[in-house]
Design a protein around this ligand. Structure first.
Ligand SMILES: Cc1ncc(COP(=O)(O)O)c(C=O)c1O
Length: 324
């Protein structure tokens, strides 16, 4: 079991005394294309999970099933994209352009969003074109996304003026979404999640890749509630500053009600250990739910490890967000 280490925001990045956050601006109107209406399951369900290991410690666990929002736009994908699509529409853009690796769920989700909401989409993919296309890129293409490839050196400079103006010259003046879809508007979208949970809770947990989901969830918490993010990549020490930057961009200040756990990455992004595989198999046997191993399994394994180490006092209610 990995030792529990955390990046507590405190003062500095993510820190400062807890303050009232500025209210988020209302999202502009967004409608799908006629004939392509989406049945979004919102608010997403909350399910209580009775697990002996937690119950023995007096801990109640609720799962926030954002993975059930929509098969093509699950969880944080929908929450992050919704306000961006509305902003793109309000600003008159006809196209969306974004970035990702060859297995990026974000690329696929942007392609789906374009299909449903009537935007042309361009996916800028890191590395060479895999032939035949893998299932993620094939699905993105199936939704009508134009795919283009940048070698790793150019990809590193993808948001610099030179690469962006080359892309704009090729594909027109698109609304540009960052890799992973995490920007200030995305934080605003994720901030709506805690308000959908009617049960009182103390701590809410999510997996952290780029930090936008954690930044948003923490922004939407009530006084006294805490958010814990579990980094799915190795060397996640930088993520606390990134979460703070995103909160600053979204609401003008970074809150002190969250932290990033950095010791539960199991070898790094899209890597796994036998301990993680055992945890996933055991969890499925106990609860009939197969966890997403890249993200949520790492978060839940971390949460169970911290609970076993006595992090949460008896009487604590924890929400775990399944975001995809
Ligand atoms: C299923 C799932 N959970 C969690 C995350 C992490 O979100 P973020 O990149 O906002 O930290 C992602 C990434 O998009 C994801 O796909």
């Amino acid at each position: 079991m990995p030792a529990a280490a955390s990046q507590r925001p405190g003062r500095g990045p993510g820190g400062g005394p807890e303050r009232e956050l500025a209210p988020l601006p209302p999202a502009p109107e967004l409608r799908p294309r006629p004939g392509r209406e989406l049945a979004l399951r919102l608010p997403s369900p909350v399910q209580e999970l009775a697990d002996d290991r937690l119950l023995a410690r007096g801990i109640r666990l609720l799962l926030k099933r954002d993975d059930l929002i929509h098969p093509d736009l699950p969880g944080n994908k929908w929450r992050k994209l919704g306000p961006n699509l509305a902003a793109a529409r309000a600003a008159g853009y006809g196209g969306l352009l974004t970035f990702g690796g060859a297995y990026s769920g974000h690329l696929r989700a942007v392609a789906a969003a374009g299909y449903y909401y009537g935007f042309a989409t361009v996916g800028v993919v890191r590395g060479e074109e895999p032939l035949p296309l893998n299932e993620v890129l094939a699905a993105a293409r199936g939704f009508g996304m134009q795919l283009t490839y940048l070698d790793r050196a150019a990809y590193r400079l993808k948001t610099g003026d030179r690469v962006l103006s080359r892309l704009r010259a090729q594909f027109g003046d698109c609304y540009v979404l960052p890799e992973g879809g995490s920007n200030a508007l995305a934080v605003g979208g994720c901030a709506g999640l805690p308000g959908e949970i009617s049960e009182p809770f103390d701590v809410i947990c999510c997996a952290v890749g780029t930090g936008g989901t954690l930044a948003g969830i923490a922004t939407g918490l009530a006084a006294g509630q805490q958010a814990a993010g579990f980094a799915v990549l190795k060397g996640g020490g930088f993520l606390a500053a990134e979460v703070a930057r995103l909160q600053q961009a979204a609401v003008g200040t970074a809150a002190a009600n969250w932290l990033v756990e950095t010791e539960f990455h199991h070898g790094g992004y899209a890597r796994r250990t036998p301990a993680l595989t055992n945890f996933i198999d055991d969890f499925e046997e106990r609860h009939g739910l197969r966890l997403n191993w890249v993200y949520e399994a790492k978060m839940l394994h971390g949460l169970f490890s911290l609970a076993a180490a006595g992090r949460y006092p008896p009487g604590t209610t924890v929400v775990a967000v399944l975001a995809g």
